[in-house]
Design a protein around this ligand. Structure first.
Ligand code: K1U
Ligand code: ZN
Length: 184
């Protein structure tokens, strides 16, 4: 299994519309395993293939506390079941350290295939409904900050730049320490 690099906002590749999966091949199964590992490593509750630069209709999610109940959605179709929208404080692995309220319907119908090609057909609410809609947006090239004001979008860009710089420095310093340790 492998950790996959996650694209960061405002990378234009995040705007690509995902294509349907024709067949669950061994390569798709490997991608699913890698995406689940990447989601856990990044401490996320969901990940869309678009975020790892694979533009196919594939989503992984795990809302369990122990991170031992991964869900896979292939070619998902999500239909809102209520008109009323509720606010929820969302985050995104492609927009690190930015959180804000987005309003979405709180109950949806999900139709999809799982990793074995079996049909998923269920009604969900709460965080699961929020998360699947957030991930569906990724497959359609939409990022949660698109729902926010221009000012908040600019702030989000600046924040992501800062966070990525800090992460780069941290990675450099870890590599230096590693090199020093192996020279001793
Ligand atoms: O798509 C992603 O980038 C994953 C994203 C999913 C998500 C979280 C919260 C609301 C909607 C969608 C994340 O996992 S962000 C990190 C996270 O674990 C988290 C952030 C806020 C609330 C709960 C979880
Ligand atoms: Zn996201």
């Amino acid at each position: 299994m492998a950790l996959l690099p996650i694209l960061s906002y405002p990378d234009p590749r995040l705007r690509t519309i995902a294509k349907p999966v024709k067949e669950v091949t061994p390569e798709i199964k490997t991608l699913i395993a890698d995406m689940i590992e990447t989601m856990y490593d990044a401490q996320g509750i969901g990940l869309a293939a678009s975020q790892v630069d694979r533009h196919i209709q594939l989503i992984v999610m795990d809302l369990s506390e122990d991170k031992n109940a991964p869900m896979v959605f292939i070619n998902p179709k999500v239909t809102p079941l209520v008109e009323e929208k509720q606010p929820y404080e969302e985050g995104c692995l492609s927009v690190p350290d930015v959180y804000d309220k987005v309003e979405r319907p709180n109950k949806v119908h999900i139709e999809a295939l799982d990793e074995n090609g079996e049909r998923i057909d269920k009604v969900v609410d709460g965080l699961l409904a929020v998360c699947i809609q957030h991930e569906m947006d990724h497959l359609n090239g939409v990022i949660f900050v698109d729902y926010l004001s221009r000012l908040k979008q600019t702030r989000a860009r600046d924040k992501v730049k800062k966070v990525l710089k800090i992460r780069e420095k941290q990675a450099e310093s870890a590599a230096n320490k590693q090199a020093q340790a192996s020279n001793v």
